[in-house]
Design a protein around this ligand. Structure first.
Ligand code: HEM
Ligand code: HEM
Length: 122
């Protein structure tokens, strides 16, 4: 689970910085929130979750970790594609952001619960 998170996170890192470069070159700063959340939820948050699961296999081997993995990885593309359409003028993409954002928050709450309950101090 940890390694999968880390491998997916570097793909988001590449997409995030490419989008940052595109925004700089074209001065299309309306895409900033997409860039920000691809980098922060895709790269940094996923890398950190992955490293935590690698360091603490007792948390990685739970059903909670699996559900967190799928919620994070399904919700992020839904939220990011919705947000990209929304900031470029398709206002009815708001429902995709709402669904993606809600699933993302749910996944993160499960992750937090998993860490709090299943990681024991040494
Ligand atoms: C080559 C890499 C990158 C480029 C070219 C780039 C480019 C940009 C650009 C053009 C903006 C918009 C600035 C504005 O609206 O005035 C921006 C904003 C932002 N970027 Fe990046 N970025 C890069 C990497 C990253 C990474 C790796 C992260 C986070 C892990 C990140 C986080 C942010 C954040 C949080 C903002 C919003 C800042 C604010 O609202 O003031 N960026 N970036
Ligand atoms: C489900 C999770 C999240 C949701 C629904 C969410 C939602 C939002 C919204 C609605 C905005 C305002 C966008 C705008 O005014 O253009 C925003 C901005 C921002 N969020 Fe999030 N966010 C989430 C997670 C995160 C996380 C985990 C981070 C950092 C690790 C983060 C960092 C930021 C930053 C830096 C900005 C300012 C971006 C800018 O200057 O345009 N967000 N977020």
């Amino acid at each position: 689970m940890g390694v999968k998170f880390i491998k997916i996170s570097v793909v988001y890192f590449v997409i995030g910085v490419c989008l940052g470069m595109y925004m700089s070159m074209t001065e299309h700063f309306n895409l900033t929130p997409v860039h920000v959340h691809i980098n922060l939820l895709g790269w940094t948050a996923m890398t950190l979750a992955g490293l935590i699961y690698v360091a603490f296999p007792e948390a990685a081997e739970t059903k909670l970790a699996k559900v967190h993995f799928w919620l994070h990885n399904i919700s992020l593309p839904v939220m990011m594609v919705g947000l990209a359409f929304f900031v470029t003028g398709t206002k009815n993409a708001a429902s995709a952001i709402a669904v993606g954002g809600t699933l993302m928050v749910l996944g993160i709450v499960l992750f937090a619960y998993n860490v709090l309950v299943n990681i024991k101090g040494s």
